[in-house]
Design a binder for this molecule. Structure first.
Ligand SMILES: CC(C)(COP(=O)(O)OP(=O)(O)OC[C@H]1O[C@@H](n2cnc3c(N)ncnc32)[C@H](O)[C@@H]1OP(=O)(O)O)[C@@H](O)C(=O)NCCC(=O)NCCS
Length: 163
C-alpha cells in the first residue's frame, strides 16, 4: 500500500469480490460472496470497508444493529496492511454508526487463541463477559464473548450487568 491513509465507507456490491477473497485468505470458515451480498441487503447491517489511496479495499467489517446492541460478525485487514490502525478505524466507525442507531453496547465473539484480535479489542475497551465452549470449528476452539459499552449515557443497565 502506498501511504498509510485509508478512509472508511459503507461496503457496496462491487467491493464484494475483493472482500470475499480477503475473507477466504484469512478465516478457516469464511463467509461466501453470497453471504456478503445477503448482509448488504439487510437494513440492520453495518458493513464497512477501508479504502486505500488507490481505491482498493484493505479491510472490512460486518456488523448488525439489533435492539440496543451492535453484534460484530467479522473484521479483517489485509495482512500487508496490519498494525497501521485500520482495524481500530473500522471498529470506531462501526461503534459510531451503532450509537447513531441507538445501540448502547457492542458485542462479539473471538477465538480464545486469536492474540492479535484480543489485543486490539482489549485496547479498544472490550471486556470479557463469557466463554462459549467449542464454538468454532476448523480447528475446534472456544470463543470468548466480549462487550464494550459504546453509549455511556444510555447504558446504565448494561454497566450494572457487566460490573
Ligand atoms: C485483528 C485485526 C483485524 C487487527 O487489525 P489491524 O489493522 O492490524 O489492527 P490495528 O493496527 O488497528 O491495531 C490496533 C491495536 O490493536 C493491537 N494489536 C493489533 N494487532 C496486534 C498484534 N498482532 N499483536 C499485538 N497487538 C496487536 C495493538 O494494541 C494495536 O495498536 P498499536 O499498533 O498502536 O500498538 C487483524 O490482525 C486481522 O485482520 N486479523 C485476522 C482476522 C481476525 O482475526 N479478525 C478478528 C476476528 S474476531
Amino acid at each position: 500500500m502506498n501511504g498509510d491513509r485509508v478512509h472508511i465507507r459503507p461496503m457496496i456490491g462491487t467491493d464484494i469480490p475483493q472482500v470475499a477473497s480477503m475473507e477466504t485468505a484469512v478465516f478457516p470458515d469464511p463467509w461466501s460472496a453470497g453471504a456478503f451480498e445477503e448482509t448488504l441487503g439487510m437494513t440492520v447491517g453495518i458493513n464497512l470497508v477501508a479504502i486505500d489511496e488507490q481505491g482498493q479495499p484493505r479491510g472490512y467489517l460486518c456488523a448488525q444493529a439489533v435492539a440496543d446492541e451492535i453484534q460484530i460478525h467479522n473484521i479483517a485487514v489485509d495482512p500487508d496492511c496490519r498494525r497501521r490502525g485500520i482495524g481500530r478505524q473500522l471498529l470506531q466507525e462501526a461503534e459510531r454508526e451503532g450509537t447513531a442507531r441507538g445501540a448502547v453496547c457492542a458485542i462479539l465473539e473471538v477465538r480464545v487463541t486469536n492474540t492479535a484480535a484480543l489485543a486490539m479489542y482489549g485496547r479498544m475497551g472490550y471486556r470479557r463477559i463469557g466463554r462459549r465452549r467449542a464454538y468454532y470449528c476448523k480447528p475446534v476452539c472456544d470463543a470468548l464473548v466480549l462487550l464494550k459499552v459504546i453509549d455511556g449515557v444510555h447504558a446504565e443497565s448494561v454497566r450494572q450487568d457487566v460490573r
